[in-house]
Write a protein that binds this ligand. Structure first.
Ligand code: FAD
Length: 419
């Protein structure tokens, strides 16, 4: 049968983050549109480049640098986009529910990502600012600037100090980046324009482990730790954030309380609770257990990828971590296995080896581990910028990033409070 006469396979991808988007782009690249009809569903109408969210929260970049409309990508790549919240899956009938209509599929890719995890503590959830999306980043930026404005008018020095104290829970890559970026914003821009005593500002980074960046090379993480401490960021290691109110943060079950109105939460994530609609085997954390080909074992036409999936790296007997490079490669592999299935070839297992990792520390400094070669400082920063510039989605966003960084070198960042 010629490709023109064969019925196009319907592929539905739920979630347009790193995993889902790269699956859609790969499918459209690999197959003629006569062979496949790809529909990407997401509750937002834009893709979010999460690694740069800390820079949006610190006003280094704007929200337009890190978001890209799916409609533009869909038109260019040739897939269909639907903005909708997924409310159910029927794996036997092969349909995805979005409100009342059900979307039929031949192949399904679930890439719903993860959400913040508050260890079941409702106080932490209601009194903290998470950082997982563009609205979260903009909220943090506005919140910090609004409190600095209030501090100027506050006569009581203790209350002023509370308003100027930022606590960040979790010293993984996003916690380290947001603490460093906010500290940089305070000391390079805010102190220039607000008549406030620099000694009143505090940025406190709290983590239960004995060091920052637990999954990084120890020496590199220690170099980062030294850099942050020298700048004046307070590191509270072997310490857990166990509670919060509107006016303070509780450490180690009440051993200590820090008076503050700003708790930024990067203390943990869990697979998206929307996966509850997928009634298949899951880990205790709620990630879907897949086989080596990224399939749901009982439904070989359905794939789960990215942060939503628990995929075992059998060579090292451990799960792949929830990070962007894994999500991207799983998107490419799941798409490749659908192409294999359509073309009658055997599926290939998912295998991924890390080439390194990067963390930006703001102020022109980054930590880099590239194929075991470790470096930091200015060279690290240059590499960090180049790596994210290359990965950023959309030429317009890349040009805007370069342009804005140039402007930032000449002018101060925008500190207008948007709400
Ligand atoms: C602030 C921050 C910084 C990070 N920095 C790094 C970094 O520097 N390096 C790195 O490797 N990783 C980083 N990560 C982790 C990385 O972002 C994730 O591992 C990656 O995004 C996972 O991709 P994903 O496609 O599985 O999920 P996501 O990218 O989260 O995408 C999930 C998609 O599903 C959509 N969705 C969710 N629920 C529904 C629903 N019910 N219906 C429809 N659509 C829905 C969402 O809108 C989203 O578009 C960072 C994460 C954050 C939050």
């Amino acid at each position: 049968m010629t490709s023109a006469r064969r019925k196009a396979a319907k592929v539905v991808i739920v979630g347009g983050g790193f995993a889902g988007l790269y699956a859609a782009l790969t499918l459209q690249k690999e197959l003629e549109s006569a062979l496949v009809e790809v529909t990407l569903i997401d509750r937002r109408n834009y893709f979010t480049f999460t690694p740069l969210l800390p820079e949006v929260a610190a006003a280094t970049l704007g929200s337009a640098h890190v978001s890209y409309p799916f409609r533009l990508l869909a038109k260019k790549a040739g897939f269909r986009f639907l903005q909708a919240e997924v409310s159910g899956f029927d794996l036997d009938a092969r349909t995805v529910r979005i409100g009342s209509p059900s979307i039929p599929y031949d192949y399904l890719i679930v890439a719903l990502g993860s959400v913040p995890f508050f260890f079941g503590n409702p106080d932490l959830e209601s009194h903290s600012l998470p950082l997982t999306s563009v609205p979260d980043a903009v909220r943090i930026r506005n919140h910090v600037i609004r409190l600095v404005e209030r501090a100027v008018a506050e006569p009581d020095p203790d209350r002023r100090r509370e308003l100027l104290t930022v606590v960040v829970a979790g010293a993984g890559p996003s916690g380290v980046e947001i603490a460093a970026e906010l500290h940089h914003l305070i000391h390079t821009v805010l102190l220039k324009y607000y008549p406030l005593d620099p000694a009143l500002f505090r940025v406190v980074l709290v983590d239960g482990a004995d060091r920052i960046l637990l999954h990084f090379d120890r020496k590199l993480a220690e170099a980062g730790q030294k850099e942050l401490t020298e700048r004046g960021i307070e590191l509270r290691l072997n310490t857990r954030v166990t509670g919060a109110t509107a006016a303070d943060v509780e450490l180690n079950g009440g051993e200590e309380r820090i008076r503050t109105h700003t708790l930024i939460w990067t203390g943990g994530t869990q697979p998206n609770p929307a996966l509850v609609h997928l009634r298949v085997a899951k880990t205790p954390r709620g990630a879907v257990e897949t086989d080596d080909f990224l399939n749901i074992p009982t439904h070989p036409e359905a794939y789960v990828i990215g942060d939503a999936a628990a995929v075992t790296d059998r060579r090292h007997s451990r799960l792949y971590p929830p990070v962007a490079p894994v999500a991207i490669r799983q998107g490419v592999r799941a798409a490749g296995n659908i192409v294999n299935a359509i073309q009658g070839r055997a599926p290939e297992p998912f295998l991924f080896d890390f080439t390194g990792n990067i963390v930006g520390l703001g102020g022109g400094v980054a930590l880099v581990n590239l194929l075991g070669i470790k470096f930091h400082g200015r060279l690290g920063w240059l590499f960090y910028r180049m790596a994210y510039l290359q990965r950023l989605v959309g030429l317009k966003n890349k040009v805007a990033l370069v342009f804005t960084l140039g402007l930032n070198a000449l002018f101060d960042r925008d500190i207008s409070c948007e709400t």
